[in-house]
Structures are given as C-alpha cells and as structure tokens.
Design a protein around this ligand. Structure first.
Ligand code: IMP
Length: 187
C-alpha cells in the first residue's frame, strides 16, 4: 500500500503526534494521582491514540471500550446516535476519561457522555486527539485536547476513509474524492 499516493498532504507527522500524546499522558498522570482511573476508548477511531496514551501514562489504570454510530441514510447523519458497545467494566465510582479520535460535530461525544454519566462514574472528562475548528451544535468541555485542526476530512492514526487508512502513523488530508475512488479501487 503506497498511502502517500492518496494523500494531499501530511497534517501531523508521527513525531508531532507522539510528542503531543506524551505530553497529554504526563498531564493525566499528574492529575489522577490516587484516583482509580479508567481510560474508555471510543471505537474504532480512538484505538491507536488509546494504545499510545495508555502506554505513556505512568499510573495504574484500566482500559475499556464504548462504541456509537449515527443513524442515517449513508450520506447524511440523521442526528441520532445509537450506542453500539457498552463498557464491560463497572464504571460506578470510577474516574473515567473518554478517549476520542476527533471532535467534529460533537454529536457522538454528546451521546457517549450521556450514556457514561448514566453509569454514575465518580468523574468524567474527555480526552480527544483532534479538535476541528468550526462552530458546533454540541459544545462539550474538552479537558485534554491534542491538536486543533482546520475543518478538513482527515485520515490516519485511527481515522478512516471507507474503513481504510486507520493504520497510518500520521494524520493526513486525502486527495479529492473522484481521483481517490479510482486509486483505492485499483490495488
Ligand atoms: P462527530 O461529528 O463529532 O459526532 O464525529 C463522529 C465521528 O465521525 C468521529 O468520532 C470520527 O470517527 C468521524 N469523523 C469525523 N470527522 C472525521 C474526519 O475528518 N475523518 C475521519 N473520520 C471523521
């Protein structure tokens, strides 16, 4: 797979991402001393971020996953979100950090945080790798934010285009859709 062919540009390099993830992990390690911490990764986009963040946190903590998907006709979200995977751990009384790939409209995060709150954690904060800079329907308090990026469709480091490209070590912007379909269809 030559991913550079489908990429317009690299937005965040592997080095930049790793440095920032290390900083976030340090901050979390300082903030959660003496507290029972659970990192709750949102499937599937947050898995790379979660894996790197978790390995850089110097406190004992647990990992778990939640999942959500928006209802829609495939091209446009209906504005409703379904919880597709509930946490397996009992979150009651735990200090939970929801780890997300990207804060775009905020719809998914809004649904996930509502769901998690209903499980009565002792506290809930959000840690997100990318924040898209544009006006949002759902403004949520983001305690830990990796990078602020322009309002572009990005892929890599967990983020996909048609379920592909999650495995890239960097975050990039794709070439325009028409060219891309031809290219991705080939292989
Ligand atoms: P929301 O709009 O904030 O609810 O984002 C929903 C989900 O859409 C995110 O968790 C991502 O998985 C996906 N998403 C949003 N923007 C992008 C993007 O630029 N690239 C890839 N996936 C995205």
């Amino acid at each position: 797979m030559n991913d550079r062919h489908v990429m317009e540009k690299v937005l965040l390099s592997e080095e930049e991402i790793q440095k920032r993830v290390g900083e976030l992990a340090q901050e979390i390690s300082r903030d959660y001393v003496g507290r029972e911490l659970v990192l709750l990764g949102a499937l599937k986009g947050a898995i790379m971020f979660l894996a790197d963040l978790s390995r850089s946190i110097t406190l004992h903590h647990s990992l778990d996953f939640v999942g959500a998907s928006s209802y829609g006709d495939g091209t446009e979200s209906s504005g409703e979100v379904k919880i597709t995977k509930e946490a397996a751990l009992d979150l009651k009384g735990k200090h939970v950090i929801l780890v997300e790939d990207i804060y775009d409209t905020g719809l998914t995060m809004e649904a996930l945080t509502q769901h998690i709150r209903s499980l009565q954690p002792a506290s809930l904060e959000i840690c997100v790798l990318l924040v898209k800079d544009h006006p949002r329907q759902f403004e949520l308090p983001i305690r830990y934010a990796g990078f602020h990026i322009p309002d572009l469709f990005v892929v890599g480091y967990g983020l996909d285009y048609a379920q592909r490209l999650r495995n890239l070590r960097y975050v990039g912007v794709l070439r325009p859709a028409a060219e891309l379909e031809a290219e991705m269809g080939e292989e």
